[in-house]
Write a protein that binds this ligand. Sequence first.
Ligand code: KG4
Ligand code: ZN
Length: 359
Amino acid sequence: MARLFLGIESSCDDTAAAVVSDDRRILSSIVADQASLHAAFGGIVPEIAARAHAEKLDIAVEAALNKACIGTSDIDTVAVTAGPGLIGGVLSGVMCAKGIATGLGRPLLGVNHLAGHALTPRLTDNVAFPYLLLLVSGGHCQLLIVSGPDSFQRLGGTLDDSPGEAFDKTARALGLPGSGGPAVEGEATSGDPERFRFPRPLLDRPDCNMSFSGLKTALVRERNALVSGSGGLSAQDRADLCASFQAAVTEILAVKAARATESYLSLNPRTPVIAVAGGVAANAEIRGGLDAVATRYGLGFVAPPSALCTDNAAMIAWAGIELDRIANTGLVPLVARPRWPLDTSQPALLGSGTKGAKA
Ligand code: KG4
Ligand code: ZN
């Protein structure tokens, strides 16, 4: 009989719980966002996020169990995001998961949030190891070879902002309402991607590293020029800025993914695949750019449905299932970790600070 894993995710601003079976069925996936709580602050306030998680986690867990039509005693294992992320939120999730697992007398697994994103293509499409993954989200951007549930080789990544941050900052700079990425993507559909030529830094370098912070600065410069030239932005200006911005991000990701593909193919994978995961992978233009790279090299392309690209707990439950299968290696002592790189063999690319690599 299939075993059921309860997944819990609270590392950023989504409170999520899900029930997933080890035969790859998502019985439920509940995601409660906190957008309205942070809207007035122009970004996520960690303390507000942590309190909201503490209040909403048990409600999310109950909803996940109800939707899956199961009771607590049907849960075989609890898997929880133990990092990286905002430490208050991670702690809220870990404490909730520890309480449930202890109360039920069931095993508890600490999952790396990034591994959750990285292993999603196996949940949705049963992709075989090793595959090339672009993990692209609000906090991260990495090209990885995924060879096992806890085996990741980083080929490159962003040296500064993540694409998600760049989308969010662009939306704010243009006064777009709602969530950054989807708002920019929506505007871009009626825009001209060639009206503005935004920078594509580091494309002349042979490695797989990327940079997105200059892109946002260039966009603000164009916006300011338009405002001072004609007294404001027209709807078309806004759409053209978004489309041109999105085209630059897509090209950077596609060129670097193509470069990573060459390293990946040297491993002679039997069923070579490029997969994409993380919130920004919900973007159709970016998916299209990567799909074209995969086609050019004769590789398969896998992009999970949008709801499984953005933060969710089904990916955490699934990563728990994968870790559980490889006995012991995944069973790290369960402490909440604000920083937790996937590939520990390499130096940090960004934000290493005094406490070690974030990603
Ligand atoms: O993976 P995620 O939900 O959270 C993190 O772990 O960071 O990613 C959130 C990020 C946000 O920056 C959001 O603006 C971006 O993903 N995003 C998108 C789209 N949907 C979400 N970016 C571009 N296009 C989208 N359709
Ligand atoms: Zn995420």
